[in-house]
Design a protein around this ligand. Structure first.
Ligand code: TEU
Ligand code: CA
Length: 553
């Protein structure tokens, strides 16, 4: 690394040269043998994350919670769930991570809280309590049923009847996750105070759960990207984020290239970036949504990413990811989790991580963990899966059919414990894990992968380093090529006379690719999945999942 490039990257906001790593705490590392991952376990693995080269951890919720939705149902925003540890453990995590150059980005879940939260308990007890209006209540509808026919994401009505009050409350997720009423200014202030309380403890930012839902207009039936979304985000920015050197990433299933800049345009005073799901939605069935099976469409896949690169070329910023705790594992969904597992995992990482934006690695992705397959319903744990199971049976699906779909697209299958070593329970716990370990841990585990110089971990190490050290990777202008080519994802990044060409065969077929003129070059091969190449001529024959990046200076 030259002194010159160091200067250039250090002038950028830290999160533009950092790679993020998502930890799903329940499944990462168990320090005390109760079968549940915990904060002490995370601390014990910080050297591993430093070696990987990540700049921050997005930590899925660790707050106090009855765990109906594994912590996305928070009963106390200012405390830690006992199974995960204590506030003192959390403070230690923040300090220990920081000592390794890693920031802690917490999960902010404020579209809803837990029905066990004091706020909801007070609201139930007394309709005159100030907290009653922190939630969304309606009288019964015309036919003496719920006020609307809207269905919750986890199955059943969005409305839950409270006999003692003679009213319904709104819950877009489980009934134990009542929606908060963002129209109430005192509620909003309580949330901002809580956010500031965490910032003062030294966290590096927030990932904001379903943030597109907070500005809803319930009576108009507008839930996502409602009329008050952006005013609320601007208010939140003024009250908490302004003047702080932190990262914010909002989760939005509704955002499209058309609305992206409303969230993350630099002059908007809202968020730094959004998690958008175009590539995920492109794989949903038109009728059966995520549970329907649609074959992988390489052209649609790359087009969604290209659209986003283009719309955020001059303003805003991308968050780049393929998988998370709600989605199937990347190598199983988009690659080949059989014979070409290592190669296809690297190829996907290459294609995604060299675009412009902040990449996120979901725990286990860096060793190409695969989706677990379950054979009986009692192996599942997820509230969504059980909620949808009832509905699926009612709609005439058999149990076997449902399990098949859940294995492909359910959330539990990517939530199995992190595979550390080839010993009992993959080295995740000395006890019985809360969800089965994937039996393939004998072959697929961090220790084995790291011992292999051609392993996936070392490939990700190179990617995090390139982003940190090479300005053309961090901020170079993006240009897509051969957009309709059915196999190859091809693009360049340009900065100050440097050109980085990325060619990635995102399919399992061998292809002869006509290299667009503007990509033909000779230079230094930064990374490859099959063979090193220094020269790109008029055509190139690519093996299945072959990809490489060449830098010309
Ligand atoms: O997910 C948002 C969300 O809408 C998901 O329920 C998504 O639709 C689903 O997983 C796709 O099948 C966030 C969290 O990431 C998720 O874990 C939570 O369950 C949910 O919000 C509620 O907090
Ligand atoms: Ca534990």
């Amino acid at each position: 690394m030259t002194r010159q490039t160091q200067t250039a990257t250090s002038a950028l906001p830290w999160w533009k040269t950092a790679t993020g790593y998502q930890i799903y705490p329940r499944s990462f590392c168990d320090s005390n043998g109760d079968g549940i991952g915990d904060i002490a376990g995370i601390i014990s693995k910080l050297d591993y994350l430093r070696d990987l080269g990540v700049g921050f951890i997005w930590l899925s919720p660790v707050y106090d919670s009855p765990m109906v939705d594994n912590g996305y149902d928070i009963s106390n925003y200012r405390d830690i769930a006992p199974e995960f540890g204590t506030l003192a453990d959390m403070d230690r995590l923040i300090v220990e991570a920081r000592a390794r150059g890693i920031g802690i980005v917490m999960d902010l879940v404020v579209n809803h809280c837990s029905s066990a939260h004091d706020w909801f308990q007070a609201a139930l007890k007394d309709p005159k309590a100030p907290e009653h209006d922190y939630f969304i209540w309606r009288e019964q509808g015309k036919t003496n049923g719920p006020p609307t026919d809207d269905m919750s994401y986890f199955g059943g009505s969005m409305w839950e009847w409270v006999p003692a009050l003679g009213k319904y409350y709104l819950h877009q997720f489980a009934k134990e996750q009542p929606d908060l009423n963002w129209q109430n200014p005192a509620l909003r202030q309580a949330i901002y105070n809580m956010m500031n309380w965490w910032f003062d403890r030294g966290i590096a930012g927030f990932r904001m759960d379903v943030i597109d839902l907070i500005g809803k207009d319930v009576d108009a039936g507008v839930f996502a990207e409602g009329p008050d979304l952006h005013p609320f985000l601007q208010e939140m920015h003024r009250e908490t984020l302004a003047g702080r050197d932190v990262l914010t990433v909002g989760e939005s299933w509704a955002v499209s290239p058309k609305t992206a800049l409303l969230y993350c345009g630099q002059e908007r005073g809202e968020l730094d970036m959004v998690f958008q799901f175009s590539h995920v939605l492109a794989g949903f069935h038109p009728e059966h949504g995520k549970w329907g099976d649609v074959p992988f469409d390489p052209v649609a896949f790359k087009q969604t990413f290209f659209d986003w690169q283009e719309v955020l070329a001059e303003d805003g910023w991308n968050a780049l990811f393929l998988s998370n705790h709600d989605l199937p594992r990347a190598v199983s969904k988009y690659g080949d989790d059989g014979a070409l597992r290592l190669r296809s995992a690297k190829l996907l990482a290459l294609a995604i991580h060299l675009m412009k934006g902040t990449p996120f690695i979901y725990q286990g992705e860096e060793i190409a963990m695969t989706n677990a397959r379950f054979s009986t319903m009692d192996q599942f744990r997820d509230v969504e899966t059980f909620g949808q199971y009832e509905a699926a049976l009612a709609a005439g699906l058999t149990r076997e059919e449902f399990i098949k779909g859940a294995n492909r697209n359910g959330r539990d299958n990517a939530r199995t414990p992190m595979q550390w070593e080839d010993r009992a329970q993959a080295g995740f716990t000395d006890g019985t894990p809360w969800i089965d370990v994937n039996p393939n841990y004998r072959q697929i585990n961090a220790k084995t992968d790291r011992a292999d110089p051609a392993g996936v971990f070392s490939f990700y190490q190179s990617l995090t380093e390139l982003r940190r050290c090479l300005p053309v990777v961090a901020i170079g202008a993006f240009r897509a090529f051969a957009k309709s080519h059915p196999n190859v994802m091809a693009y360049t990044r340009m900065l100050d006379g440097e050109k980085l060409s990325v060619i990635a065969n995102i399919t399992g077929e061998t292809v002869v690719f006509d290299v667009p003129q503007k990509m033909q070059q000779t230079g230094r091969c930064l990374l490859f999945t099959v063979a090193e190449r220094q020269a790109l001529g008029a055509t190139v024959t690519l093996a299945p999942y072959e990809g490489f990046a060449i830098l010309q200076r």
